[in-house]
Write a protein that binds this ligand. Structure first.
Ligand code: TRP
Length: 376
């Protein structure tokens, strides 16, 4: 069977290292593996608007940021279709039909939606007319897992490479596919999630050691940060608070610098920057024993991050000088995506029997029935 990828990001800010190890790096590998017949990478502006309805300018301005980040990590518009969600209106129609296959109760159980309701400060008890402090849950936001099922199924995606926070979304999409195919006949393709392979990559903590790198927490290292900014952020990074003197034994668990090394470091990095150690395990063992200072480990991480980011910065600079071209890439990608989505929509309409004008048999049989009745 031919394999197809669909994945994407909300344009609410520049992309950071969490996005990079959680998904972007993998996408580029998959793109270059030649294993996939088509790869669709979507800027999810319509989804971003589900909880930014009052801030369309933020979404609008960040489309180019995300597009620049995509191109700079090595997504190649000749191999992958880069497009903007709102420019494919077929996705809305699909979502409208899928809404009949999902219950309110099922959506209320979605753990990602639950967490986001908390995070956004939406209140389940708010009623219309409540003031700023008590804002109800927008229907569009509440139902975005259904819209995400449209994104995935419209392109017949077999594979959704993404972070583990998106697991409930892919699960929801799978349930919709199953239900649709059961009710209307085999039509939609069953998608599968493809998660990052190590725990550090699945959920990269912020530089402050907090659970997740997130713009609102101000603990991000951005792909577009300069070498100096990266250096500053790593030097200020959370480590083991009890590791006060170099001689003290240190803890690896919850030590952000080591978590980042788990996500980024390869044996070649040791050869280049820290040849006195053979591997990350050796470095960790020394830190645990005592006698290894934070600064030395941080300097190693800075070298690795900047080596990783340098080619990304270079490509970003190239495209920053060609903004018009980037929009042209997105325009063409959106056209290609629209063609694919409307093909699926046609199949969906046929399966649901809402293709009246294309159904000559329907018109003929009804005409015959009425002719018979009126002949009596
Ligand atoms: N929900 C994803 C995010 O917040 C963005 C997204 C929208 C997506 N549609 C998708 C991801 C379909 C994977 C597949 O980043």
């Amino acid at each position: 069977m031919k394999k197809i990828i669909l994945t994407g990001d909300r344009p609410t800010g520049r992309l950071h290292l969490g996005h990079f190890v959680g998904s972007l790096r993998r996408r580029v590998e998959l793109q270059n593996s030649g294993e996939f017949e088509r790869i669709y990478i979507m800027i999810a502006d319509a989804q971003a608007l589900t909880d930014n309805a009052d801030n369309p300018e933020k979404v609008r301005q960040n489309i180019i940021e995300v597009a620049l980040d995509y191109l700079s990590v090595g997504l190649d518009p000749t191999k992958s279709t880069l497009f903007i969600q709102s420019q494919v209106p077929e996705l809305c129609e699909l979502a409208f039909y899928y809404m009949n296959l999902v219950t309110v109760q099922r959506l209320q159980r979605n753990p990602t939606v639950k967490a986001e309701i908390q995070l956004r400060g939406f209140s389940e008890s708010a009623v219309e007319g409540d003031t700023q402090q008590k804002q109800g849950i927008p229907v569009g936001f509440f139902t975005y897992p259904i819209s995400q099922a449209s994104d995935i199924t419209a392109f017949k995606a077999t594979t959704v490479p993404t972070g583990d926070d998106q697991e409930p979304m892919v699960e929801q999409a799978r349930e919709i596919v199953h239900k649709f195919n059961t009710v209307y006949g085999e039509t939609l393709v069953m998608p599968e999630i493809l998660l990052p392979d190590n725990a550090a990559c699945q959920r990269l903590p912020g530089t402050d050691g907090k659970a997740k790198m997130s713009k609102s927490l101000g603990n991000c290292i951005y792909l577009s940060d300069t070498a100096d900014e990266v250096k500053k952020k790593v030097m200020g990074m959370y480590t083991d608070p009890d590791h006060l003197r170099v001689e003290d034994p240190g803890k690896i668990e919850g030590n952000t610098v080591f978590t980042y090394l788990d996500a980024f470091c390869t044996p070649e990095h040791f050869l280049r920057y820290l040849p006195e150690y053979a591997s990350l395990d050796e470095l960790k063992a020394h830190y645990r024993r005592g006698g290894l200072g934070d600064v030395k480990v941080k300097k190693f991480l800075i070298a690795i991050l900047n080596e990783t980011l340098d080619p990304i910065r270079e490509r970003r600079k190239y495209y920053e000088g060609r903004i018009g071209e980037v929009y042209e890439i997105l325009r063409r990608g959106s056209e290609t995506a629209r063609k694919a989505a409307s093909q699926t929509l046609e199949e969906v309409r046929a399966a649901m029997k809402i293709d009246y004008f294309a159904d000559a048999a329907l018109i003929e049989s009804q005409a015959k029935a009425y002719a018979l009745k009126n002949a009596r």
